[in-house]
Structures are given as structure tokens and as C-alpha cells.
Write a protein that binds this ligand. Structure first.
Ligand SMILES: [Zn+2]
Length: 155
């Protein structure tokens, strides 16, 4: 099955980016758990700052994932109603579900979310990092990507 629509490629790229961010989030959760446990074992150690830095990084990643999801929708010719969250065609001026008016320009590509570079905050407490850099995400079969993107979109 060869669906070499350039859009499919772009969507698969965003999907890979989302997968990668989710992997980083899982790593942060792991670190948060270890930090918290370390504090539980030795109450004299205050790692609240380290934990908070990772929580902020996780929040930022979730924002970036949302941004990727919006871009995937855009590639599919859809946008989300800011009021009810329903998917609408890009051209719609009003939400078909709740009637909310879309802002002018809502039919153009979603802009990138502004990032506060949470990575730097996390780097500052890097000495608690046990593992080294995450391994390269494994490259998936070309054919599975499109269907995977579909599945994830349905969530
Ligand atoms: Zn709506």
C-alpha cells in the first residue's frame, strides 16, 4: 500500500516528534520518581527544586505535543473549536457544533507554541541524571506510520 501523499509524510513526521516527546516525558517521570524516593529515604535531602524543574519540562513537552497535534489536524484540513474542542473544517468561520465564531486567520497554519527552554533548567540539575542521552527512536515501517497517525488522532 503506497500512500506517498506528501501530507502523509508530514503527518508522520509530527507523529514521530510526538512519540519522541512522549519518550522524554516518560524519562522525566522516571527521574521524578527516583528523586522523590531519594527524598523519602533521606528527609534531609531537599530535591523539590529538581522535581519541579522536571515537572515544568513535562508541562512544556505536553504543550509541544498539543502543538504537533494541531499541526497534524491542519494537514488534514481540520482545526479545533477553541470553545468546545470539536474538529471543524479549516474554512469554517463558525463551529458547526456550538456555533462559536473562529478568530480571523484560524484557517491558517497553527503557529509554534512559545517555549521557555525548560531543558536548561533541567540541565542545571543534571548531576542527578543517572542515564545518558536517550537512544535514537527506532525507525518504524513506512506503511505503519499513516495508520498509526490515524489511530492516535482518534483519541
Ligand atoms: Zn465549538
Amino acid at each position: 500500500m503506497a500512500i506517498f501523499d506528501p501530507k502523509t509524510k508530514v503527518i508522520a513526521g509530527y507523529q514521530r516528534s510526538i512519540d519522541e516527546k512522549n519518550r522524554v516525558i516518560a524519562k522525566y517521570y522516571d527521574q521524578i520518581g527516583r528523586l522523590y524516593y531519594g527524598q523519602y529515604k533521606d528527609m534531609s535531602v531537599d530535591v523539590t527544586k529538581d522535581i519541579n524543574a522536571r515537572c515544568e519540562a513535562v508541562s512544556e513537552l505536553y504543550n509541544e505535543i498539543k502543538d504537533c497535534e494541531l499541526k497534524i489536524l491542519f494537514e488534514k484540513g481540520l482545526k479545533l473549536c477553541p470553545n468546545c474542542g470539536k474538529e471543524n473544517m479549516l474554512a469554517y468561520a463558525f463551529c458547526f457544533a456550538c456555533g462559536a465564531k473562529f478568530e480571523a486567520g484560524s484557517e491558517s497554519a497553527p503557529g509554534a507554541v512559545k517555549t521557555e527552554k525548560p531543558e536548561e533548567k533541567v540541565e542545571a540539575v543534571a548531576e542527578t541524571k543517572a542515564e545518558e542521552a536517550p537512544s535514537e527512536p527506532e525507525v518504524k515501517e513506512e506503511t505503519s506510520e499513516a495508520s498509526e497517525a490515524e489511530e492516535n488522532k482518534a483519541e
